[in-house]
Every structure is written in structure tokens, then in C-alpha cells.
Design a protein around this ligand. Structure first.
Ligand code: TXA
Ligand code: MG
Length: 316
């Protein structure tokens, strides 16, 4: 059920969450599938609804810095990043405080990913609920992340009974994830905050060790964010049977991520346009080159993952 985010609906969402149920809610990055992060049973429902491999830990969403400090141990680097970018599209991986989050939510790790979202509806639900919410993107595991309430309903169907509609996500890419446990940060996942912006505060960020299909940085599976059709990258023109996703005014494109070549606009459109082009009669979505600069790093990361031939079928 898709519900407009009235005060009553927000109160109802908090009630469902307190009872151990699932609520899909908008964040500025993508829609999340939320449950009480303190309850293993509630968190188990998320994994079930997503069909997600168990080794993939979830992000704990909290209302503010004080709530984050109750869940995780802050380092000076983490404090600087949180001051600069929270609320917003940044997840910090930090040492977990024992007992603050269910072990299932963190997949048994002694670290936790924590973030303060900026979307007013997410913030209203966090305030009404009063605790940490585990919330992965609200899609079946491996599929393209949802940036509208309708995407959530399409992907999860009646696996989630309550979907709060906060309109289309303004960022459109998942949060950037920085491991900030040491003095030198590691950019585990490029995301809706560019490396330049992060490094202006954090100094140079390291890259994670290559993951492959057995994640060393958990969750960074090589194939992810995948539409049903194949995805062909760096395409200059359309081949027969293909749909063409352009950038910066690509001639003959079916859709263009940003005709003006604006990476922020392209990020916001990426998942929605991949879905729109993923029609049954299309074998391949060809994608025009997108520059690597700024948010282009995260856009190319998602496109790269969408293009990898799937070894496992997580789309069930
Ligand atoms: O923007 C976002 O981050 C969205 C919205 C809903 O907040 N959430 C999201 O969650 O993308 P999810 O579960 O789809 O991706 C979370 C990523 C996974 O790659 C997971 O492995 C990683 O965060 N992660 C979570 N906790 C971690 C930890 N302790 N160490 C390393 N990676 C972690
Ligand atoms: Mg996801």
C-alpha cells in the first residue's frame, strides 16, 4: 500500500516498526526498507523480503549525531565527516557499540554502517520511532534501487505492506560509504557525495581491496543494481535490439541521463531510466560514456555492476 506521508501515516509507520514490521520510506538517496535495527526478528524480515544473502550487513539510520554515537564509536575523522555531511548521503563504517544493534543487522561484524538521512519523511519517521532503523535499499537483492514509491511497489509487491511516498529521490544514488575507523579513510562505495567533496574534509581516501564475488568489503558484490536486460557500456550508437541511454545529448538516444551533461541530474535519473528502458523486447541497454569526474565515479560504478554477467541469480 502506497501512503501519503501525513502526520497520521508517519505515526502509523512508527507503530508498525515498533511492532517489528517493515516500512518502506523515502530517503534523499533511494527508498529504504526499514525495520527496528535492535530486533533480530524484525531485521530478519528485511532479508526475507529482499531475498538478500545473509553476509550483507545493513546500514543503521539514526535521527542525529547523538543517536549515532549511541550506536557507533566515533573517531576524529568520523566526527569531521559527520559535521560536514550529515544529514546527507554519507554512511560511516565505525566500530559498533556492543548491544546497540542486532547482530543480524550487522551480519555478525564488529563494525556498523551508520547514517543520518536528510529526507524530511525519513527524519519524521526516525523521530516518531525513536530508535535506529536498519534500512537497505527497498528492492529485491541485486535489482536496481528504487527512487520512487511506485518502484518499491513494483519490486517488492505485497512483501511490504506500508510504503510512504516522499516523491522521487533527489540524489538518486545510494550514499557514499567511508570506513572511518582509522586516521586514513577508505571509500568502500562511491555514492551520492563525490570523492572530491569527501576528500576536501577527509584528506585522500583509500580504495578498498578488490572484492570479487566473495566480498571483502561486505556487500560489494560485483554484480548488483542489475536490470533484466544486459547492459553494454561506452556505447557510441545503438545496435539492433538495443535501447540507447544517452548522456549529454547523445544523438538518437531513447532516454538521456542529462541532455545538458549535468552529473547531478544524471545521478538522479540513472535508476529510473534503467528501469524504463528494461522492457521485455529489449535484449540490451546500451549506455553512452559518462565522465568519471565528481558523481560520475558512482554512476560508472553502478553501471559497471549492472553490466556484469550475473554468476548468482539474486533476483529470484
Ligand atoms: O543510500 C543508502 O545508503 C541507502 C538508503 C536506503 O539509505 N541504503 C543502502 O543500503 O544502499 P544497502 O543495504 O543496499 O547497502 C548497504 C551497503 C552494503 O554494500 C553493505 O555491505 C555496506 O553498506 N555495509 C553496511 N555495513 C557495513 C559494514 N559494517 N562494513 C562494510 N560495509 C557495510
Ligand atoms: Mg542496495
Amino acid at each position: 500500500m502506497i501512503v501519503q506521508p501525513s502526520p497520521e501515516a508517519v505515526a502509523r509507520a512508527a507503530e508498525i516498526l515498533r511492532a517489528g514490521g517493515l516500512v518502506a520510506l523515502p530517503t534523499e538517496t533511494v527508498y529504504g526498507l526499514a525495520a527496528d535495527a535492535r530486533s533480530g526478528e524484525a531485521v530478519a524480515r528485511i532479508y526475507e523480503a529482499k531475498g538478500r544473502p545473509r553476509f550483507n550487513p545493513l546500514i543503521a539510520h539514526v535521527a542525529d549525531r547523538a543517536a549515532a554515537e549511541r550506536v557507533a564509536v566515533f573517531t576524529p575523522l568520523a566526527a569531521r565527516l559527520a559535521d560536514a555531511f550529515w544529514p546527507g548521503p554519507l554512511t560511516l563504517v565505525l566500530e559498533k557499540r556492543p548491544g546497540a544493534i542486532s547482530d543480524l543487522a550487522t551480519a555478525g561484524l564488529d563494525s556498523v554502517g551508520v547514517r543520518v538521512p536528510a529526507h524530511p519523511v525519513a527524519r519524521a519517521v526516525l523521530d516518531a520511532f525513536g530508535g535506529p532503523l536498519a534500512a537497505p535499499s527497498a528492492n529485491r537483492s541485486g535489482a536496481v534501487s528504487p527512487t520512487t514509491a511506485a518502484h518499491v511497489a513494483d519490486g517488492l509487491g505485497d512483501r511490504v505492506e506500508f510504503i510512504l511516498d516522499g516523491g522521487p529521490c533527489t540524489v538518486g544514488l545510494e550514499s557514499a560509504i567511508v570506513d572511518a575507523r582509522d586516521a586514513r579513510g577508505v571509500l568502500l562505495r562511491p555514492g551520492g557525495l563525490s570523492r572530491e567533496n569527501l576528500e576536501a574534509i577527509a584528506g585522500p581516501l583509500e580504495d578498498p581491496a578488490p572484492a570479487g564475488d566473495r566480498p571483502s568489503a561486505p556487500g560489494m558484490l560485483t554484480s548488483h543494481y542489475a536490470p533484466r536486460a544486459r547492459v553494454r557500456l561506452h556505447a557510441e550508437r545503438r545496435r539492433p535490439g538495443e535501447a540507447l541511454l544517452g548522456f549529454g545529448g547523445t544523438p538518437g538516444a531513447d532516454l538521456d541521463l542529462s541532455p545538458a551533461g549535468d552529473l547531478r541530474e544524471a545521478a538522479a535519473n540513472l535508476f529510473c531510466m534503467l528501469r524504463d528502458l528494461d522492457a521485455p523486447d529489449i535484449t540490451t541497454i546500451a549506455v553512452a560514456p559518462v565522465p568519471e569526474t565528481s558523481l560520475g565515479e558512482a554512476i560508472n560504478d553502478r553501471l559497471q555492476r549492472a553490466s556484469v554477467k550475473r554468476v548468482y541469480n539474486f533476483n529470484l
